[in-house]
Design a protein around this ligand. Structure first.
Ligand code: ADP
Length: 251
């Protein structure tokens, strides 16, 4: 089966649906039950933040949602596609077309310029070099990069600039779903705000969705909903606090 996205035309559509999802690492006495029956729905058009103490399963959950890690049990579909029903090659293609990943530590390739880092996923998907670099430059412009910055290597960019490159790389193939693992924790408050504003502006749309794992209470205001996770389960889904009563830390 070749994966293509169905049209999702309304803002109340569902981007991700997880039901009783389980995942255990290791076996026997070394087994760690990271997900113990996760139920979660992410709607199209929303930015959902996933919060909870370290080790509660957040990274495992977004890895399952992004299709980079298999689940053991339960159901999980992304835009009505279940990775378990797809051949591996289709899962890879589906991910390559429809999902963007932003990491805490940026994960840029040090020997490539900013523009080449952003163009890389397109080239991996088979696009020609000049087409990929042009497309990469357009997205880098949207995150505020000028020509000189585009030709810089990661080591010559600040943390905020590197994260903007990582965001551009996650956005360059126009994915329907972006998952971010602690995207602001290595950034100062002001840069973190700028990054979240960019994410909302560039990654959201009525048929798109954004899932952000974070400990960073400074950015809760950018969420449409906050899902709290504890010990491998979602315990609560709520609206974000207003800016004024936002706590300073959640763990
Ligand atoms: P969080 O992102 O909330 O910090 P994780 O999803 O990274 O939580 O981890 C959930 C649990 O699974 C933790 O107890 C962690 O130690 C364990 N874990 C995560 N990855 C692995 C792995 N590759 N092998 C074994 N245990 C793991």
């Amino acid at each position: 089966m070749t994966a293509t996205l169905p049209e999702v035309n309304n803002e109340n559509g569902v981007a991700v649906r997880c039901h009783s999802v389980t995942k255990t690492y290791g076996q026997g006495t070394a087994a760690v039950q990271a997900l113990r029956g996760v139920n979660l729905e992410v709607r199209t058009g929303e930015l959902l933040m996933l919060v909870g103490p370290s080790g509660c399963g957040k990274t495992t959950l977004i890895s399952v949602i992004a299709g980079v890690l298999g689940r053991d049990g339960g159901d999980c579909s992304v835009f009505d596609h279940d990775y378990k029903q797809m051949a591996e090659v289709d899962t890879t293609r589906f991910r390559g077309r429809n999902i963007g990943f932003v990491f805490q530590t940026f994960n840029l390739i040090p020997t490539l310029t900013a523009a080449e880092n952003v163009a890389a996923p397109l080239m991996i998907n088979g696009a020609k070099r000049y087409v990929s670099v042009n497309q990469a430059s357009e997205v880098l412009e949207k995150v505020g990069f000028d020509r000189r910055m585009m030709l810089s290597f990661p080591q010559d960019l600040s943390g905020g600039q590197q994260q903007r490159v990582a965001i551009a790389r996650a956005l360059v193939h126009n994915p329907k779903l972006i998952v971010c693992d602690e995207p602001t924790s290595a950034l100062d408050g002001e840069t973190g705000h700028m990054v979240m504003e960019l994410m909302r502006r560039l990654a959201l749309g009525k048929d798109r969705a954004l899932v952000v794992v974070t400990h960073d209470a400074r950015i809760f205001q950018f969420a449409d909903r906050i899902a709290r996770m504890e010990d491998g389960r979602i315990t609560q889904v709520e609206n974000p606090p207003s800016h004024a009563d936002s706590p300073t830390n959640i763990t």
